[in-house]
Design a protein around this ligand. Sequence first.
Ligand code: PEP
Length: 237
Amino acid sequence: MSKIIALNWKLNPESIREASVLLSHSDNRNVIVFPPFIFLPLAKNKLKKSGLGAQDVFWEEKGAFTGEVSSSMLLNSGAKYVLVGHSERRKYFNETDEIINKKIKSAIKSGLKVILCVGEPSDVRRMGLTEAKKFIAFQLKKDLDKISVKNLIVAYEPIWAIGTGKSDDPAESAEMAGFIGQILKYKHKISDPKVLYGGSVDSKNVRDFIGFKEIGGVLVGGASLNKEELGKILKQI
Ligand code: PEP
């Protein structure tokens, strides 16, 4: 099964020119690029092989919601995927599991493919993998409440590994990915679940993660903004 390389640009880059350069280095069949909303039309034009997604979505389709972007706007701008529940949105924008659940429902209804991000904080992980699994199972239960869908992807992103340079132990991530896969399969009836790992992935450790059958690919933040590093990552896929 081919591995997914999802590239989350976060709040970068500053200009169309820089975005164009990054896009030309990202165009690969295994890649899904998640630029800021404003670069979606540009990315749609430039990417010939990669998938395209947005970093967030609002749950209503239209109306008096200043600053928000709907699922149909994303689809009409060329996005086929959307990230929901990234830990930075949970932390800085107070996104609760209830909000995340509403976003997933609306995105799926419109035909977007959702990559749901889940992950435990460091104090939970310090108590061990069993405690972390309980945390993740509860997060999935709330985020996916009353949702039945066949093609949802989950990204396991331990919060303490995001943007810190301290990636998870690949074998432990694989165990967690396997655990999430079982939940998706048996509770949510997703026959062929895909679980990504995210958290300080770079060209030196990417193979350690994608080498595990339980890990369906990686979600890359910081390293996706450095074209040399990105090139090295993509070479290993
Ligand atoms: C992310 O943004 O989801 C992420 C994993 O970031 P980084 O690769 O920088 O840790």
